[in-house]
Design a protein around this ligand. Sequence first.
Ligand SMILES: *Cc1c(COP(=O)(O)O)cnc(C)c1O
Length: 469
Amino acid sequence: MNNKLYGNLIFELSQEGRCGYSLPKNRFGNYEIPVSMRRKEDAQLPECDEMTVVRHYTNLSANNFGVDNGFYPLGSCTMKYNPKINEEMAALPQFQNLHPLQPAETVKGAEAVCTLLCRSLCELTGLHAFTLKPFAGAHGELTGLMVIKRYHESRGDMQRTKVIVPDSAHGTNPASAAVCGFDILEVKSTPEGLVSLEDLENIVAQEKDTIAAMMMTNPNTLGLFERQIPAIEKIIHEAGGLMYYDGANLNPMLGAARPGDMGFDVMHINLHKTFSTPHGGGGPGAGPVGVRKGLETFFPEVSPYHGNFAVAIRAYAYILSLGREHIKEVGPLATLNANYIKEQLKDVYELPIEGLCKHEFVFDGLTDKSTGVTTMDVAKRLLDYGYHAPTIYFPLLFHESLMIEPTENESKETIDGFIAVMRQIAQEAKDTPDMVKSAPHNTPIGRVDDVLAAKHPVTTYRQLISPQS
Ligand SMILES: *Cc1c(COP(=O)(O)O)cnc(C)c1O
């Protein structure tokens, strides 16, 4: 794309007096807007012809990257393919033109989608009831923790103010617990990357009846199955706490194992990860919360109406299109793909924890640290080859985390292509480290300053042209 010709901003293409349309003749006479309500000055709008506008936005859209453009192995985010049938279903006028205040008897079909989706989620998780109201994973965590709080309060257990969170947890876990008014107790990981039972026992012995819940992600953020869940669940339940399952990434578990059967009481699911609805700039999410029987009376009102209903339609379309039989293949395939990549790359990228992973795994940078090429440099260089970068510098357990999640949909050819490029970059790090350290070289914008935008945000166009004004 030629940025000069098409402009970075539509305002830069504006030509005074240029008009992209002509209005039909006024057939209704003149109605004067009261002077007090009129603008003092003209609105500052760009003046462009239609073709310029179309080219500008079409070219901008071509700079975007999504799962429909290429491989997107963003660990923990489950950037799986969004099947087009989901979009067709969500776009049906019978759904799209609904109004939330329509009489209930006119929305039976939409209600059925919600009911049947909840029923499917119960079946897939082994829990008793779901609410579709939460708008995202973190919102689901908050909702689930509110359930837990109300449960303890209903029993007069007011002193249960603490939530145990593993040090490997997604940052939203301690954040949600804090927003819900809980204090956080961090439990350490073992060198194998699993919750330390010893540390947990110590914490519970000390804190006993102040424990409201333990939050667990399984497989955890290292992509490892928490094999000690039966023991952990026993410790927490005996202490009177509830077990919370962060099921944002339920992908590897689909059809393989159910949180309800593992002894969890409350969980959330990200429809925008496991159930293939778009996310990451691609649309709103949904974080349904499921509970064990008896806890459904504590569901709070966390959104108006039925949450993000259009997301629920997509997720239900996904579940139906796979069906009972094929949904069982999701977890095993996602797991196979992740292990294949890990094994093919572990001689050139440092694998801190050996053994089988689930849907994702973490490298600790390149094996050869002498080149000075960091995880950030590898991630930037991948962009030159047309790949989205993996998640970097998370989890915080390692210095050079590079977290790869391929999802189940990718063909062997795509995955082999990615492996070849990752090996190529490892070689470039040895041969031409400076080139890798200054990547990307083929993208419309080169290496950006990661913190400038956070420290000096420029949020208006005017400020962009003259910061002083
Ligand atoms: C993505 C994710 C979340 C948060 O989900 P959002 O929809 O981004 O709020 C929570 N926990 C884990 C493990 C996740 O991967």
